[in-house]
Unconditional design. Structure first.
Length: 322
């Protein structure tokens, strides 16, 4: 079947205006139903064959490649490159379907003699996505399709709404789908939202398309996904860390605005310009008695509230056995 997929793509490459499903079936010597299966397998490889349902300009019962000039059938890797690639992902249990398929194809190729050694790089963190979700998302982004998204937020609430998908953003170990929420737009709020892909329970493509947005994904990432990112206005944050933790604070640059001032007793004052966010509160609380917020007062109250809540929650479990 894999060789047939290549034949299917090659046939449509030779006919930029497209062919009818019957013509494709006849020339490949397969049944009409097999043509649709070949189309699905080609799309799993990132090669998009449009039908009338996808594009009204394609005649009914025909198929046409989305962009023949962008279709690349082959690529070359040195043996060292292939081995390095396989070693890097060999220990990652959860891969996107396309990544898993690409790795399997690589393993069956001329570089199948990769030695089974412990990889140099290992990450234990990876999300799992519903089958077919990654492919549908990438297709929706490519074709600028309006989607019906069913999403479970951090509070466990499940909502279904219409969504314009703009881009996928990788922030280890998660993928985020960023786009415009139609409900927010109708309510007069900022429609741009990012959805953690593993929390998307279902995504259906509609026939409706949205115009190319004036959206700068790089600027969005810089504002939203850098360390201690948030939606509020940046404020000056100053936290004093004890001598025991001063070394940890000095050696890691957590934000471009970071300034670390050393004090005579060995402690340090850590200063950044960031919005107040839960990530920032979690970071400070994680250092326990070794971190004291100097400013702003609002952040200090948030840290105290969070720490007090943790104490109360644990004290309430006193005497409880599993």
């Amino acid at each position: 079947m894999e060789s047939r997929v290549a034949d299917f793509i090659q046939l449509l490459l030779g006919h930029p205006r497209g062919l009818s499903v019957q013509q494709i079936a006849t020339r490949l010597g397969v049944a009409r139903q097999s043509v649709y299966r070949l189309r699905e397998k080609a799309q799993a490889l990132g090669v998009w064959a449009r039908t009338h349902e996808d594009d009204p300009e394609v005649p009914t019962g025909w198929m046409r490649l989305e962009d023949p000039k962008r279709v690349e059938m082959t690529f070359r890797l040195t043996q060292e490159e292939a081995e390095a690639l396989k070693a890097a992902v060999a220990r990652v249990e959860s891969l996107t379907p396309l990544a898993r398929q690409a790795l399997q194809r690589l393993g069956r190729g001329e570089f199948s003699r990769v030695q089974k050694e412990e990889p140099v790089f290992y990450t234990p963190l990876a999300d799992e996505y519903p089958e077919g979700l990654f492919e549908r998302v990438t297709r929706a982004i490519r074709e600028r399709r309006v989607c019906e998204v069913t999403y479970k937020n951090a509070r466990g609430q499940v909502r279904t709404y219409r969504f314009d998908p703009y881009a996928l953003i990788a922030r280890d170990p998660h993928l985020y789908l960023v786009g415009a929420n139609h409900n927010s737009r109708k309510a007069g709020h900022d429609p741009i939202k990012d959805l953690r892909l593993d929390q998307v329970q279902d995504l259906k493509l509609t026939r409706e398309r949205f115009p190319k947005p004036a959206f700068d994904v790089r600027a969005y990432v810089q504002g939203r996904f850098r360390a201690f990112g948030g939606e509020g206005k940046p404020v000056c944050v100053r936290v004093r860390f004890s001598p025991e933790k001063a070394g940890f604070i000095r050696r890691t640059r957590r934000h471009p605005t970071q300034v670390v001032e050393g004090l005579e007793d060995g402690s340090v004052i850590w200063q950044v310009e960031v919005p107040l966010s839960e990530d920032l509160v979690h970071f400070i609380v994680g250092y326990g008695p070794h971190a004291a917020v100097l400013e702003p007062e609002e952040l200090k109250l948030k840290v105290v509230e969070w720490a007090r809540g943790a104490v109360e929650a644990n004290l309430s479990l006193k005497g409880v056995t599993s």
